[in-house]
Design a protein around this ligand. Structure first.
Ligand SMILES: Cc1cc2nc3c(=O)[nH]c(=O)nc-3n(C[C@H](O)[C@H](O)[C@H](O)COP(=O)(O)O)c2cc1C
Length: 191
């Protein structure tokens, strides 16, 4: 049973505000793919816009440019091995969803392959063409047109990381396959 619930678009930036490693999903016709990306961030609240570095040599970049869309999924700690695997192999040679047994759901607006099992959240994005930043910095921009999150870890517009949902704690890449999952939340007090 899925615990995913829609996230209001004005809250979509919060899904990656804290810099988790994400999965970038893509599809064009019968071709589909997924890769890991450590470099993504929100760039605008309303309309919700994000940036993600997608190297020009990746199959993901080819599919995103061909379709004008991409998905962002936020893997949980229990999905660490899958996350590293899809970041260490190319979809040009195989269907990584099938190879690594990654279940997909179809995005409601753009029809993109999205991952719920093992992930804490997802966004469907329409590519905003910016040829200069794409070419010079491999940085691709997208407008979020749909978002959802697992209500056990993100509800009412906020993350709730605690001991009850450790498998859904987001992953932060230190390099070379070493990740740190988010830990206890702490709240800043007014000084
Ligand atoms: C943890 C992790 C983070 C990564 N972050 C990025 C990133 O931010 N941008 C990028 O272009 N590639 C990144 N990569 C590399 C791609 O995931 C990798 O090149 C992948 O094989 C591309 O797959 P594709 O050719 O199927 O699209 C990362 C890899 C790992 C393991």
């Amino acid at each position: 049973m899925s615990h995913f619930q829609p996230v209001a678009l004005e809250h979509a930036s919060r899904l990656i505000n804290h810099g988790p490693t994400v999965l970038v999903t893509s599809a064009d016709g019968s071709r589909r793919n997924v890769m890991a990306a450590a470099w993504s961030m929100p760039v605008e609240f309303t309309p919700p816009r994000i940036a993600v570095v997608i190297d020009k040599h990746t199959f993901t970049r080819e599919l995103a440019m061909a379709s004008g869309t991409f998905g962002i999924c936020v893997p949980g700690a229990a999905f660490i091995d899958h996350t590293y695997a899809v970041g260490s192999s190319s979809g040009r040679e195989m269907d990584k969803f099938a190879k690594y047994g990654i279940e997909t759901v179809q995005g409601p607006v753009l029809g993109l392959p999205l991952v719920e099992t093992g992930c804490a959240a997802w966004m469907e994005c329409r590519l905003i063409r910016e040829p200069h930043t794409e070419d010079a910095y491999d940085t691709c921009f997208g407008e979020v047109v749909a978002a959802a999150a697992d209500s056990r870890v993100f509800a009412n517009g906020h993350w709730n990381f605690d001991g009850s949902n450790a498998g859904l704690h987001t992953l932060h890449h230190l390099g070379a396959g070493i990740f740190v999952p988010v830990s206890n939340q702490v709240r800043a007090k007014p000084l």
